[in-house]
Design a protein around this ligand. Structure first.
Ligand code: NAD
Length: 356
């Protein structure tokens, strides 16, 4: 198969880990007889520095033309500490999601057995946890009207959802649940929020179309608690943009580290595959970032955008073997990890490549 992949590393460790993710795609192409061609584009702080725009038109045009996008991260400390900055790296990310119609963010939370001890949650609570989150990505409080009033002393952000927006993400989640353990948990705050009451109404209305899927509804506060107390209770979870943002970071602790988790953003056009972590200024340039989330993002890309199941499995299995062989990056190492098994970004990538 011939495919055109756009690599968008972005900022900070995005540059470091995406380079490794790309090498993995290259190795898969060679091994399975595919032809992958690559182009690269700017987003975030690096794009602002080069063009003044966090999502330059040229980047957007390349994104729309490509078959899939391997993405890094955006963010720079300059903006984190300056809430008044008018142009910000994250604007690039939000605009990309809107422009590409990426309304569903999929985050598989699966713990590799070898990392049971890397999580702060007890192994007996965690073992076997396997959750697929569907976070709605283009609505909610992030995209509603926002502003200041009363001379700037009062601020507001409006949360909005349409029936159509809830229905399309709910259907994706129901469909995924059908292929898994057939359980769907819809998370909202319907006791307080009107957007959540619409959310619940829509999920309840379409549920009878999926009779094999057992549906439950949880309030977000309860869901946050259950996630730590009994994560195995969840199979597929579907939720709104803000709740999903927070719950999936909480769930990252089930997998031991943000450095292990991949995500896919899909919708109407080209899919975007990226680690859930950010640009991690604290470790940028040190060569110690965990590249496994980017590598697992490449695996999701192969599976979801290209339908290459065997190729995707080959990547996941190589990651599993590397962990079984005892190799760790600093973020997933523990006191028992021998020093010579703690690897930097590139060396970890090499171990995965060797096993594909
Ligand atoms: P972060 O995810 O960048 O880092 C959180 C912590 O996890 C840090 O201590 C970091 O060192 C560690 N970490 C993250 N990824 C790692 C990896 N691959 N290997 C080892 N350790 C890793 O979140 P943050 O510190 O809150 O934000 C830093 C910047 O990233 C901010 O500018 C923020 O706006 C941006 N951000 C971007 C995205 C995105 O592009 N999707 C997501 C979250 C945050």
């Amino acid at each position: 198969m011939t495919k055109n992949i756009l690599v968008v590393p972005g900022d900070g460790i995005g540059q470091e880990v995406t380079a490794v993710g790309k090498k993995v795609l290259d190795k898969i192409a060679a091994k399975f007889g595919h032809t992958f061609t690559y182009d690269e584009a700017l987003i975030g702080h690096v794009a602002i520095e080069a063009t003044g725009n966090p999502l330059p038109d040229e980047t957007l045009a390349k994104m729309k033309k490509s078959d899939a996008i391997l993405f890094g991260a955006v963010g720079h400390p300059k903006y984190d500490n300056d809430p008044t900055a008018k142009v910000r790296p994250e604007q690039g990310l939000l605009k990309m999601r809107k422009e590409l119609g990426l309304y569903a963010n999929l985050r598989p939370i699966k713990l590799f057995d070898e990392l049971l001890s890397a999580s702060s949650i007890k192994p007996e609570v965690l073992k076997g946890a396997d959750i697929l989150f569907f976070r709605e990505l283009t609505g909610d409080i992030y995209f509603g009207e926002k502003g200041r009033k009363n001379n700037g002393d009062t601020a507001f952000d409006i949360a909005e959802y349409s029936r159509y927006e809830v229905e399309r993400i709910a259907r994706k989640a129901f469909e995924a649940a059908r292929t898994r353990r057939k359980k769907l948990c819809s998370v909202d705050k319907a006791n307080v929020l009107e957007t959540s009451r619409l959310w619940r109404e829509v999920v309840q209305k379409i549920a009878p179309e999926y009779p094999n899927v057992q549906v439950e509804h949880q309030f977000v506060d309860a869901a946050a608690m259950i996630l730590i107390k009994d994560p195995r209770r969840f199979d597929v979870v579907v939720t709104a943009n803000l709740f999903g943002d927070i719950l999936t970071d909480e769930a990252s602790q089930i997998a031991g580290s943000m450095g292990m988790l991949a995500s896919a953003s899909v919708g109407d056009g080209t899919g975007v595959y990226e680690p859930i972590h950010g640009s991690a200024h604290d470790i940028t340039g040190k060569g110690i970032a965990n590249p496994l989330a980017s590598i697992l993002s490449a695996a999701l890309l192969l599976d979801i955008s290209f339908g290459m199941k065997a190729e995707s499995e080959a990547v996941i299995s190589a990651v599993d073997q590397v962990l079984k062989a005892g190799f760790r990056t600093g973020d997933i190492a523990d006191a028992q990890t021998p020093k010579d098994k703690i690897l930097g970004t590139d060396a970890m990538g090499e171990e995965v490549l060797k096993r594909i």
